[in-house]
Design a protein around this ligand. Structure first.
Ligand code: NMX
Ligand code: MLT
Length: 441
């Protein structure tokens, strides 16, 4: 067994024993009540999942195994000369539960380099699609094509013992994470750079090599990729992409099939696709107003127009957060450090001043503050990555870290197939009239 796999197994065995004891003693404790509205309205606020890798607080934002983003920026190992955390370190933290040493991080980088070979048929599957196919569609097709490599699928077909599920999921997870940057970069270069592909650089870290294969050699862009891949990696278990991966994985669909399901969810405009929508919305506003520096009054008018047309203001609001997303703040800090005079970045900051009071005035909106997607695109545009339809692929390459670490835990802890109960409105009406006792009252 490899070092990291061995460490994971020890941690998971200890956690499984602890959880068994907790459930033996406290398994019948009530952790909340569910209202009828919650059943109809997206299950908001219902605790029904366990996800070990990160936890979201509505006021404070995300903590990965207890650490905030500024703490990660301080404590996780960096690339030589760099100041942003290496995502390898975050993966180690999410998987193992402890902060990694520099050696641990180097080990993860080396394992991923060794496992990064992408078979030819994956590129052929991408090439079979029209070049103008949305990058997220190409991405999902490529992930599905990679599924031929699944250890889990092969071993399950051969009659694997359920005690070994975690082991095969671990191997698939490491392979998938290792291969994803190459696949994602291939899609970018195919669609936007005339198919002029760039070979991997085996001397670089995972995110640095991804930046290189995308065609961005600027050290600052590599630092941005390290930060980007770190902050987008996980947002506890209930968001659409993480939950989809968890749900599909609970049927013992292998990690490739499960991850593809999550990426289909990420491609929705209320979830990860919002990052492309934000930049598209600002570009359209600028075009409408014939300026690249709209004033705050002009932005306010454009926001009101957007709302009056029955559209959402992309990048604002959240199902759980009730304050400015710390992932937005981390990116704003990056912008202040590296590009304070960039016009698009300044527009993002002006939008941040203008939008919250307008949304606050609409009682129905629970969170008027920006989320992660409000800022990310503007930083990419600064370095020349203007092709906003591609941005959700970057989000997806990062999200693989959190959802695969979680999937390893789910199989190691022996979580069963997920299957909540649903009801019909007909039954609800009968219950309201006292004709049926669906909830045992
Ligand atoms: N612009 C306009 N209306 C909004 C916005 C917004 N930014 N945010 C919420 N609302 C509306 C929402 O559509 C709903 O309207 P209705 O009752 O007419 O259906 C109402 O306000 C109540 O919604 P909330 O309970 O505040 O939000 P909910 O938890 O349902 O949805 C989001 C959360 C994130 C889906 C929602 O805020 C949104 O659509 N934001 C814009 C899209 C976006 O930025 N998504 C990215 C989320 C982060 N990520 O990366 O995944
Ligand atoms: C995420 O990163 O997954 C988004 O902020 C959405 C969410 O947490 O619901």
């Amino acid at each position: 067994m490899g070092i990291i796999k061995d460490t994971f197994k020890q941690k998971a065995d200890a956690a499984a024993a602890e959880i068994k004891d907790i459930l033996k003693e406290h398994g019948n404790k009530v952790i909340g009540e569910v209202t009828l509205s919650q059943a109809y309205q997206g299950m908001r606020g219902i605790t029904g999942l366990v996800s070990e890798t990160s936890l979201l607080d509505s006021q404070e934002g995300i903590r990965f195994r207890g650490y905030t983003i500024p703490e990660l920026q301080q404590k996780l190992p960096k690339a030589p000369g760099g100041t942003e955390p290496l995502p390898e370190g975050l993966f180690y933290l999410m998987l193992i539960g402890d902060l990694p040493t520099k050696d641990d991080v180097e080990h993860v980088t080396n394992v991923w380099q060794r496992r990064s070979h992408v078979p030819n048929h994956v590129f052929e599957a991408i090439e079979a699609l029209p070049v103008n196919t949305h990058p997220m569609t190409q991405f999902v097709v490529a992930i599905m094509a990679l599924q031929t490599e699944s250890h889990f699928a092969k071993r399950y077909a051969e009659g694997m013992n359920k005690k070994d599920y975690w082991d095969a999921v671990f191997d698939d997870s490491m392979d998938l994470i290792a291969r994803l940057p190459r696949v994602a970069a291939y899609i970018y270069r195919r669609k936007y750079k005339d198919g002029e592909h760039i070979q991997p650089n085996g001397l670089l870290d995972w995110a640095g090599n991804f930046a290189h294969m995308l065609g961005y050699e600027d050290e600052e862009f590599k630092e941005l990729m390290r930060l980007y891949m770190t902050i987008h990696a996980d947002h506890e278990g209930g968001n659409v992409s993480a939950h989809a991966v968890h749900l599909v994985g609970s049927a013992l669909a292998d990690p490739y099939l499960s991850f593809a399901a999550g990426m289909n969810g990420l491609a929705g405009p209320l979830h990860g696709l919002a990052n492309q929508e934000v930049v598209k919305w600002i570009f359209e506003m600028n075009e409408d107003l014939k300026t690249d520096s709209p004033t705050k009054d002009q932005i306010a008018e454009y926001v009101k127009k957007t709302l009056s047309e029955g559209k959402v203001v992309p990048g604002y609001g959240h199902a759980v957060l009730r304050k400015t997303d710390p992932r937005f703040t981390a990116q704003m800090e990056f912008g202040k450090k590296h590009m304070p005079d960039d016009k698009l970045v300044q527009t993002v900051w002006n939008v941040y001043e203008v939008v919250p009071p307008i949304l606050q005035s609409m009682a129905k909106i629970k969170n008027p503050w920006p989320n992660v997607d409000a800022h990310s695109g503007s930083l990419l545009v600064h370095y020349g990555m203007v092709e906003y339809e591609y941005y959700t692929v970057l989000f997806g390459v990062s999200r693989v870290l959190g959802v695969m670490a979680s999937l390893c835990w789910s199989r190691a802890l022996g979580f069963p197939i997920e299957r909540p109960k649903s009801v019909t409105t007909e039954l609800v009406k009968k219950w309201l009239k006292g004709e049926d006792n669906i909830w045992g009252e």
